[in-house]
Design a protein around this ligand. Structure first.
Ligand code: ADE
Length: 250
């Protein structure tokens, strides 16, 4: 089944360009997903093609007008739902939300600009509001692309190897263990000996220990979310102490 994604934006080329590159582009060629980009400036009816106006009540900045967005939806009844607006005041986007969206047949993303959109767009047509983090972007396009990329790579057939999206950061609530590739020495730094030992059971325990150490050092909130460390976690961390050389882990 092909996931349908619609994007409503004032910068269709920026969205299309990124979404047809690399992993997303290949997944699109394989019909894992399809993209329909709608420029809501096309749905304006005035000669200046105005998409924004000053806020009622005064204040700085411009607000996106409701009508071009509503008209785009009227003109294209095929646009997938739910319609999700990207805004810093939405619910926080996480791996769990990406998984939720990857189970749908499709969804549409509404990218704001300026100070956001007329609230009546939210009242009339928006089903959900998502923020990718506590910072303010100039528009929703980058956020939409973050959502798209993290959702599409979860779909079967999106990545070359179906395994590779499973055993990684966040799927288990832990940060990922460190990776190494050839050569065995880089500017005087080697590779942990165990990774060259061929002992796969030990390597697996070592990787788990490193993931746990990292998560404890950098993201204690994730450990708390999992309900703390289990006896097995503590044992494996004791068996393989913190990897040295990762100075920035603190
Ligand atoms: N638009 C502007 N800032 C945003 C953010 N942090 N998340 C989603 N959409 C946004």
């Amino acid at each position: 089944m092909t996931l349908r994604v619609d994007v409503l934006t004032l910068f269709p080329d920026a969205v299309t360009q990124y979404a047809t590159t690399s992993v997303l582009g290949r997944a699109m060629e394989r019909q894992v997903w399809e993209l329909h980009v709608h420029d809501f400036r096309d749905a304006t009816s005035d000669v200046h093609r105005t998409v924004d106006d000053t806020p009622f009540g005064g204040g700085a900045g411009m607000v996106l007008r409701a009508e071009p967005i509503l008209q785009t939806l009227d003109d294209h009844p095929e646009i997938a739902r739910p319609l999700i607006a990207l805004t810093p005041s939405g619910r926080r986007f996480t791996h769990a939300v990406a998984k939720e969206l990857s189970a749908l047949n499709g969804f549409a993303l509404l990218c704001g600009r300026y100070e956001g959109f007329d609230e009546r767009v939210v009242d009339l047509v928006v089903d959900d509001e998502i923020s990718i983090g506590d910072y303010v972007l100039a528009g929703g396009e980058l956020a939409a692309l973050c959502v798209i990329e993290s959702v599409v790579r979860l779909l079967p057939g999106a990545l070359g190897n179906d395994e590779s999206s499973v055993d990684e950061t966040f799927s288990e609530g832990l940060l990922e263990y460190p990776h190494y590739t050839k050569p065995a020495e880089v500017r005087g730094l080697g590779v942990p000996e165990i990774l060259r030992s061929g002992d796969h059971a030990r390597i697996e325990r070592w990787r788990r220990a490193q993931a746990l150490h990292r998560t404890v050092a950098r993201r204690a909130d994730l450990i708390e979310q999992r309900g703390g460390l289990s006896d097995i976690d503590i044992a494996v961390m004791a068996e393989f102490p913190l990897l040295e050389g990762n100075g920035h882990t603190g």
